[in-house]
Design a protein around this ligand. Structure first.
Ligand SMILES: *Cc1c(COP(=O)(O)O)cnc(C)c1O
Length: 375
């Protein structure tokens, strides 16, 4: 058997992408914005919740940045952010000259901890500044504790930016992730559950906000025959070609989710037999994860590293969990609220191959490594 590399997460093409790209080329719609972009937005709106509005952008990172701009975040403002995440959740805070305040995770969902969130809010208010926004993340597709987090946010009247970059197709109590925040964001980067090659979206509750996001994303052009600008503009709009890929991809979103959930069941079956490892799983039936990535907690940091090396020897990619932001050199100096939950997750957690394209042969190779490792 050949020993081709098994990657952590690769997307597969549906075959329909070509058609939309061809149409864009034939009609000379090869700029940012255009009919594919409009259609992609409306397909996403129908998928998420008909009451929502989607602005298609060129990345999830730009969506988070525009969310901060739309909430009026300015230099010196404080923004609470889940520490356990990818740096793209937090970097835009610095783009605005604002100050990130990091909060630890809790063990059930690995996402922002409600208790520490409230402690952080109270303490920041006591120190003189009420946080301007909360960035909460559905890590690896697993919904955060939506009811708890949003009731705290509501209590203190702080808007939530819902980072749903990894959670398209996940839901909480039957409602789709991306629909809970004051503003939500999606990513369609190449490694996400569906891709536009590179892309993202901002989700809001009003046509006004949607249009405002597109205004900022297309260089903030005032209504004038010449180019006139009264506000800072950005070049953040999704291209019509990328949206064509997205329209082809969204046809296989449900299929991808089923495949990723099948991957999860595959791991569940294996780790049932392993005493000292805990597969990342949902807490109860209110929570429906798309299982974008599967991850496992080992007993020790050394064991995690040995398992990673065992995979590597079999030419299988695995990766430690996100290194928490409060431990990153660029973010170290900012305040942090919590204990060592996210640090321990980082030390002992390993992400496992979870692509929609894992074959049975791939799965057998993965299983063999795990079984031999724990023997
Ligand atoms: C991928 C990702 C982003 C950023 O999306 P891009 O489209 O890559 O800019 C933001 N947050 C999280 C949690 C992500 O995984």
């Amino acid at each position: 058997m050949d020993n081709k590399r098994i990657y952590l997460s690769l997307s597969e093409l549906s075959g329909f992408e070509q058609e939309y790209i061809q149409k864009a080329l034939q009609t000379n719609w090869i700029t940012s914005g255009g009919p594919n972009v409009d259609e992609f937005e409306s397909v996403l709106e129908n998928y998420l919740d008909e009451k929502l509005f989607v602005s298609a952008l060129n990345s999830g990172t730009s969506a988070i940045h525009l969310a901060l701009v739309l909430l009026g975040v300015k230099e010196g403002d404080e923004i609470i952010c889940q520490s356990m995440t990818f740096s793209a959740s937090a970097n835009p805070i610095l783009y605005q000259g604002a100050i990130p305040i990091f909060v630890d995770s809790e063990l059930d969902t690995w996402n922002i901890c409600p208790e520490n969130l409230e402690i952080a809010i109270k303490d920041r208010i006591k120190k003189g500044k009420k946080p301007k926004a909360i960035i909460a993340v559905h890590l690896y597709g697993m919904p955060y504790q939506v009811d708890e987090i949003h009731s705290i946010a509501d209590k203190y009247e702080i808007p939530v930016i819902e980072d749903s970059a990894e959670a398209l197709g996940s839901s909480y109590k039957g409602k789709k992730c991306g629909s809970f925040g004051t503003l939500g964001i999606l990513s369609f980067n190449g490694n996400k559950i569906i891709t536009t090659s590179s892309g993202g979206a901002l989700i809001s509750n009003s046509k006004e906000t949607k249009d405002r996001a597109i205004f900022y994303a297309t260089q903030s052009k005032d209504a004038a025959v010449h180019y006139q600008h009264s506000e800072i503009g950005y070049n953040y709009r999704m291209s019509n070609i990328c949206a064509g890929i997205g329209l082809g991809q969204i046809k296989i979103l449900e299929e991808n989710i089923s495949l990723r959930q099948a991957n999860h069941l595959f791991y569940k079956e294996i780790f049932k037999q392993v005493e000292n490892a805990k597969l990342f799983d949902n807490l109860n039936n209110n929570i429906f994860s798309n299982y974008w990535l599967n991850a496992v907690l080992l007993k020790t940091e050394e064991e995690k590293e040995s398992l990673r090396i065992a995979f590597e020897k079999a030419n299988i990619e695995s990766r430690p969990l996100w290194k928490p932001m409060h431990l990153q050199p660029i973010f170290k100096k900012y305040p942090y609220y919590g204990s060592r939950i996210s640090e321990e997750l980082f030390e002992k957690g390993l992400c496992l191959p979870s692509g929609s394209n894992l074959s049975n042969i791939d799965k057998n190779r993965i299983k063999e490594v795990i079984i031999n490792f724990f023997k």
